[in-house]
Design a protein around this ligand. Structure first.
Ligand SMILES: Cc1cc2nc3c(=O)[nH]c(=O)nc-3n(C[C@H](O)[C@H](O)[C@H](O)COP(=O)(O)O)c2cc1C
Length: 173
């Protein structure tokens, strides 16, 4: 990271402290022509119910965002506890063309990949892209969505990310 405006902390402390905020793990998928593309995204958030809007923040220099931006659509796949391998595979740089190898998927209404066994998917058309620091905020209008409530009788257990580590959800009340 090139510069931090407030010298009360540095980039490392920023990363460490923000890493204490747990997130779900998604793969935001899209199409680059005929080729499926996608990357691991933790910054996914629900934005508005009426109209139905969601968003996420890709790095400005992300090759995957650059590849999928042209199509004007994306699909958010919420990963299950059993999909930790996909989290790392879709976060690794340099393997963009191999990310879907051995991954079963089918197209959402906009054409973006729905990854089999994801806990939920949210298919979107890009509404707006706003530059924010070293990231873009990508706002999407939801076209279709579905949750796998049953998940083959095993419950829809999500994958969680906390302090650089993956884990599962345990209900406490
Ligand atoms: C759990 C997790 C969450 C991530 N969340 C984001 C995110 O919200 N935004 C982002 O730009 N990168 C995020 N990344 C990193 C990207 O997945 C990674 O930089 C990207 O896949 C690199 O490939 P690219 O060059 O094809 O974009 C995350 C990685 C992990 C492991």
């Amino acid at each position: 990271m090139s510069e931090i405006v407030d010298d009360a902390f540095d980039a490392q402390q920023f990363r460490t402290v923000l890493g204490h905020f747990p997130t779900g793990v998604t793969i935001v998928s899209g199409m680059d022509g005929d080729a499926p593309v996608g990357f691991t995204i933790g910054s996914f958030t629900s934005v508005s119910l009426d109209p139905p809007l969601v968003g996420f923040l890709p790095m400005k220099d992300s090759t995957t965002w650059a590849a999928m931006a042209q199509a004007g659509s994306f699909c958010v796949n919420v990963l299950s506890r059993d999909q930790a391998d996909l989290c790392w595979k879709f976060a690794k740089s340099g393997n963009e063309t191999e990310r879907y190898t051995n991954v079963d998927w089918h197209p959402a209404p906009t054409g973006s990949p729905i990854i089999d066994r994801a806990v939920a998917w949210i298919d979107c058309k890009v509404e707006e892209v706003v530059e924010m620091g070293d990231h873009y905020f990508v706002l999407g209008r939801v076209i279709a969505l579905e949750a796998d409530a049953d998940h083959n009788g095993q419950g829809p257990f999500p994958l969680l990310f906390f302090k650089g580590t993956l884990g599962g959800f345990a209900a406490e009340g």
